[in-house]
Write a protein that binds this ligand. Sequence first.
Ligand code: ATP
Ligand code: MG
Length: 276
Amino acid sequence: MSGNAYQDDRGNKDASITNPSGVGTMQPAEGLDNSTTPAEGAPYLIGEAMTGGYGKGADILHDCTIAVEKGQIAVIVGPNGAGKSTAMKAVFGMLNLRQGRVVLDGEDITHLTPQARVAKGMGFVPQTSNIFTSMTVEENLEMGAFIRHDDFRGTMEQVYELFPILREKRYQAAGELSGGQRQQVAVGRALMTQPKLLMLDEPTAGVSPIVMDELFDRIIEVARTGISILMVEQNARQALEIADKGYVMVQGRNAYTDTGKALLADPEVRKSFLGG
Ligand SMILES: Nc1ncnc2c1ncn2[C@@H]1O[C@H](COP(=O)(O)OP(=O)(O)OP(=O)(O)O)[C@@H](O)[C@H]1O
Ligand SMILES: [Mg+2]
């Protein structure tokens, strides 16, 4: 059993499928540069100097950099249309970058498809259409395990422990659940691939303040197991409170980058982005 509750060691030991360590199992020959070994002090994930847009359209991101350390929580905030979701999609490989790169655990993954990135340890919960509403809760979780060929019941059990209401509603259509419960299904689905990096685009959208606090607590719990979290949030103040690192994005650019605490204390950030 590894230290990470969502990465059990049961079932198929073929690391090429679930890739539990995030790097290949082959050892480099002595004296050779092993490019999958992260440089000293390099973040676990970095979308570095990303520039690009949708299709042949104008650039939305301009030299945008987002990074997350191992087991930490990074939060992107900013006004509507700032490009927060676009930055997430760029990190997940849903955008062709004109410039910049994405490096995960020391490996340049800029040219990998989203599915290949999932195999490398990325889990993504998009802002919209993040569950299959006509399927049951449990079927949604099973769909989440699509890349796994091993026994994933242990992971499903862990998701049910994290979100007990999902166990109660496991045979109910996900579309019949409340907003907060649906978001739990979406997060649970992403956890089924045993990601090392969990990317959440507005996980608390449309939920009450109490449910928001509850979801943030669960997200902190996931981070404590060693999973890195990259999250976009509308509830900027509350999200920065739990963020190790915060990014304020404006018009596709980095406007402010600091610890969550420092951003909350910054008068400029407070005035312009946190309602004073
Ligand atoms: N699929 C798309 N095709 C073309 N342009 C898009 C697409 N999605 C978003 N855009 C454009 O990219 C810009 C940034 O949008 P994005 O959704 O990344 O902003 P956001 O910061 O996530 O906003 P919100 O807070 O409303 O979720 C907007 O001008 C938007 O119109
Ligand atoms: Mg968005």
